[in-house]
Design a protein around this ligand. Sequence first.
Ligand code: SF4
Length: 247
Amino acid sequence: MDVKIGRIVNVSTLEWPGLSSAVIYFGGCRYRCPFCYEKDILDPLTCKDYSVEDVFNQVMEQRQLIEAVTFDGGEATEQEEALIFLAKSFKEEGLKIKLNTNGENAGAVIKMATQNALDYLSLDIKAPLHRKNHYKKLLGGIDPEKVLTGIRQIFEVRPALKFFFECKTTFVPALLHEHDIVKIAQDIGRNCDRYLLQQLDASRAVVDPSVLEEVSSEEKLKEIAKKCKPYTKEIAIKTIDGVVESL
Ligand code: SF4
């Protein structure tokens, strides 16, 4: 089986607090979020074909250095079969599994969780869930129905599944107001283990560079996070240097 891959990072300490992880960036995503840092791997046609065995072998060369594997992208769940195959294969080798996803393919998340191949789910919540037009803007003008339906399904099945469940939002001041973030915190409530508010990194290339004209300070991020705190189980911020701080 082949899989489109954007790149593979052999060892990273930025994905799992306290654990080192390989990060596999799957190629391809049907959305074009203006603030997406991965603009060069969104078109699957520009990404390299690997066999799943080659991906597995490359990661396993670093086995002594890693405790986990993170699937990122692009959107890894758009290549569901390869994703599940790899997640199960790494799990059998004793590695922990994290998935970063926009939520569009709840079926893939459920299969991974029920097949004991998911330890940590990090789900993007880009805008308040009941504001469809706003969500569409954050997805680059593409219909958000599939993503919103997937997110609803993940929340529905979550109580029956076992994994660490994080929801995260990148605060893009040009596209989101402070009250939008508080609304997201209210939407997700205590249904996830942690709500993570991420600082936008203006030093990186994104799909639409105009969104970088306005950035948020760490202090501002903390101020917003404190307003979210009463609605969440745990609230944390992640700054551009990768530091995660719970408030
Ligand atoms: S941030 Fe948006 S465009 Fe980028 S990979 Fe995620 S869903 Fe796709």
